[in-house]
Design a protein around this ligand. Structure first.
Ligand code: F6R
Length: 241
């Protein structure tokens, strides 16, 4: 794990966007694993800007998002489908048929998860996976658990995750279930980039970097991957030595 500490979230956005855009330049047909949430927004802003300023096409790029809420229409402003289009895809020349999500409204969730996992394998696996981290150290929606998960699956969100994310839902109740890629699948990405900003992430970051590898701290598994870059602001890094 290589830890990089920056002063501001926008500096992190710039640095991480540069890695993604350089990958697209070098490998125009690359497969990217993407995350939602507040953390990657500055990165997505910079990717859109670099795409325009440097005339880098995303037409050959395929993307797979980490997770999607269950029982929320795709068109809902809080669906991750809508989030990704608003924050990134609408500002790129990426093809709609190349952006992929788990379908949180699938009737047969097991079949949907298998379909997604097969598609990722058929695409050749993920070249770079972007991750945020939950206050409880979740990655994707892999919540603290008894064992590390494998492929995509339906998960019941923990109270900590519901508490952190319900602010986006105004008067509507937040879904308590989601479909998410599993830990083993995230670990299969060739390169992983995790971003964390703000003091609420400091404890999770300390446990991820310095603690033992345990499914109770899902992000700690990243210690076992051979190409992980961590990008932190000073607040998120405050409990590291
Ligand atoms: C989002 C995801 C989650 C978030 C995490 C942090 O697709 O998989 O693991 O990365 O909950 O969310 P923010 O960035 O909103 O603090």
């Amino acid at each position: 794990m290589k830890v990089n500490i920056f002063k501001t979230a926008s500096e992190i956005g710039e640095a991480v966007a540069r890695i993604f855009v350089d990958e697209v330049k070098a490998n125009p047909d690359c497969v990217l694993g993407l995350a939602t949430g507040a953390t990657p927004i500055p990165t997505y802003e910079c990717i859109k800007k670099m795409h325009k300023d440097e005339n880098i096409s995303f037409k050959g790029v395929k993307t797979y998002n980490l997770d999607e809420y269950c029982d929320l229409p795709k068109s809902d402003k809080n669906s991750y489908y809508t989030f990704m289009h608003e924050q990134l895809f609408n500002g790129l020349d990426i093809l709609e048929e190349n952006v992929h999500f788990l379908d949180g409204n699938a009737v047969d969730c097991d079949a949907e998860c298998k379909r997604y996992d097969n598609e990722i394998n058929e695409a050749g696996g993920i070249d770079i996976q972007l991750l945020g981290i939950g206050n409880n150290a979740h990655i994707g929606f892999n919540e603290p658990a008894e064992s590390f998960t494998d492929g995509s699956f339906k998960v019941k969100l923990t109270d900590s995750t519901i508490e952190a994310n319900k602010i986006y839902f105004d008067e509507n109740p937040m879904p308590h279930y989601a479909l998410t890629m599993g830990v083993k699948q995230i670990m299969a990405a060739k390169k992983i980039i995790l971003i964390a900003t703000g003091p609420k992430k400091a404890e999770a970051i300390k446990n991820m970097v310095k603690g033992e590898v345990t499914p109770l701290v899902p992000a700690s598994v990243l210690q076992e991957h051979n190409d992980v870059l961590i990008f932190l602001d000073e607040a998120a890094a405050s409990l590291l030595d």
